[in-house]
Design a protein around this ligand. Structure first.
Ligand code: ADP
Length: 257
């Protein structure tokens, strides 16, 4: 696999390497679109480990993660789920949006995320010890208030946590330029527009403009759509349905492009 493009925002690469060296589980905190998944892909590549990713949601069951018996030609055979596969093969396991999973499911993973590094598969009676290379990484979006999903302290405190904050202007400009293909001048304009919107706390947006939205706007511009329209459809509309806020943001677009 070719090396994924990831532009470091602070010292996260060094921190992740140290956590991996000590086999400490990591929690990546930050809003959607802030580069958490890309960072894990990059780190897995850097460390030469396969990456197994799971998106958690409220229907995610223990069996979805750990495994289940399946009927095959009249026989029941055990099939490992993604967690068991990662634990056995020494992969990096990335549980995206862990807080979306039910608490009872999250608790099953506790023994994997502390010194025990093992998981008990009750269906088979197997106590599965993690391979030496195994590492668990989870993502968590603390600002996502709508779902009121929090993580219990007993879960959170098992992880070394990294906060993904908005990158510095020149770093984000480089990301937008590289990922979308627009020139550096246009990338800078997009980032400056985003930074203005990010400062408008009075709008009460649940989530603000992410790097992902800027990359998408850049891609639309590259496909021949005008910058104002690109921002309207790739940034404003995905962020809010409120017509008044949309109008306010359109004024900022008009000032920026
Ligand atoms: P998250 O997992 O936090 O929701 P992603 O990792 O999917 O976010 O990032 C969304 C997109 O934003 C990526 O596909 C990439 O284009 C871009 N991106 C964000 N941050 C970075 C970064 N630091 N380096 C490279 N690309 C980035």
């Amino acid at each position: 696999m070719s090396r994924p493009y990831y532009k470091p925002i602070a010292d996260e690469v060094e921190i992740f390497r140290a956590a991996y060296a000590q086999r400490l589980p990591m929690m990546l905190k930050g809003p959607t679109g802030s580069g958490k998944s890309r960072f894990v892909e990059f780190m897995a590549h850097e460390l030469g480990r396969p990456l197994i990713q799971v998106s958690c949601h409220d229907e995610t069951s223990a069996a979805d993660l750990i495994g289940r018996f399946l009927l095959k030609g009249g026989e029941t055979v055990w099939q490992d789920g993604p967690v068991a596969r990662a634990v056995r093969s020494g992969a990096i396991l990335y549980l995206d949006e862990i807080a979306e999973a039910r608490e009872d499911v999250v608790v099953i993973l506790h023994s994997l995320s502390d010194h025990r590094r093992e998981i008990f598969i009750d269906r088979t009676g197997e106590n599965l010890k993690a391979s030496a290379e195994f590492m668990m990484v989870v993502s968590f979006n603390p600002g996502y208030q709508k779902s009121l999903k929090e993580l219990k302290p007993s879960t959170r405190q098992r992880f070394v946590a990294l906060d993904f904050r908005t990158p510095h202007e020149d770093v984000e400009t480089e990301i937008v330029q590289t990922e979308s293909g627009v020139d550096s001048k246009m990338a800078l304009k997009l980032v400056r527009f985003a930074n203005k919107v990010r400062g408008l706390h009075e709008l009460g947006l649940t989530e603000t403009v992410s790097t992902r939205l800027l990359v998408d706007a850049g891609k639309m511009i590259n496909a021949g759509i005008g910058p104002r329209k690109s921002c309207a459809v790739s940034v404003v509309s995905p962020l809010t349905d409120d017509l008044e806020i949309q109008e306010t943001l359109s004024e900022y677009i008009a000032l920026s492009f």
